[in-house]
Ligand binder design. Sequence first.
Ligand code: GTP
Ligand code: MG
Ligand code: ZN
Length: 370
Amino acid sequence: MNTRVTDTPPHPLTALGWNPRVAAAFDSVAHGSEHLLVPGRVSAARRGGSVVRVPGDEVPADHSPAVLKDTRTDPTLAPCTGDWVALRRSGDAWLVEAVLERSGTLVRQGIAKDSYDQVLAANVDRVLICEAADQGPNVGRLERFLSLVWAGGAEPVVAVTKAELAGDRLPEVVELVRSVSPGIEVHVVSAHTGQGLDALAERMAPGSTWVLLGTSGAGKSSLVNAVAGQELMDTGAIRGDKRGRHTTTHRQLLVLPRGAVVLDIPGVRRIDVPGEAEGVDRTFADVTELAEQCRFRDCVHETEPGCAVRAAIDEGELDLSRLERWNRLRRESERNRARGDARLRSEQTRVWKARTKEGRERGRLKRGGR
Ligand SMILES: Nc1nc2c(ncn2[C@@H]2O[C@H](COP(=O)(O)OP(=O)(O)OP(=O)(O)O)[C@@H](O)[C@H]2O)c(=O)[nH]1
Ligand SMILES: [Mg+2]
Ligand SMILES: [Zn+2]
């Protein structure tokens, strides 16, 4: 048998999460371009420019006119943390020429009539939802975060942070968090005492991208730094100089020594439930599973005979308040879906009108009109 093992070195962007899907997306953009393009991953993005990671370096890059034009039409197309982009050199500067197709995004739905969805992070595999042990926990908020994650196509993992601050209440807090996280991994951690950090670091495998989601002050950055520090100490590669420390606190994209990419985005205050019904349904998987066993398909789980949901409540297996929150979030999601649809329709009308106008202009020019 003629088996030849070719030892190809890893792609220089592998450490940043480069994979065949991204490679294909990049190729299709690069082939169609008149410029020489190189791939990079956005660490932090602002209105007109981004900070982009390229092999062995991090560079500031302006957004090209094409990207700015797309952004004006649809703000969700603007580069954001975690995005893969195609860059080109323009004199001394770098330009983001295109944003590559995304997978697994964390999107906050814009609810107001004239507001847009906001992409918080792109190309994410797992979202670590951080809920501080000393402030609740707020189960309603946790359910909203979970709906957002499921709707974006990533997998949620929950971290109860600042564990040591809960004191005797910790078991109760963790129990409450688990009760609203069916089938979801829950980590109990403390950046200050080091509790749970090894177990969490263990889960952050090479090649995967994680983003931390939580309110401001939940302890996201501290956790990232603690996990990174722990890992650095594990591998004995800790750097004592100031630059090493500066890196973990000021960048939003961080590569853990063991290989996972972590996006440390600013805290999120208000979460509107996404219009996709799937987000809410998966969050309440325990309730929806029960609902499937109700005698009537259109059971609203109030007074119907043979209602499996009510039966579970009567037997103390399901909390009445969780059923109420499920109903509330479903209604909200439906409302937001309708609003999103209306916004999309008005957006399409706007684009269509602009096109018609452009067409008329072109026709006029062709006819030699003024
Ligand atoms: N006692 C204790 N305090 C913590 C722990 N983790 C973080 N803190 C403190 O909580 C505060 C907020 O922590 P950050 O890590 O900045 O929170 P954040 O979630 O990144 O906040 P934003 O970046 O504003 O979204 C800081 O004062 C931390 O020192 C912990 O495990 N125990
Ligand atoms: Mg932070
Ligand atoms: Zn029912």
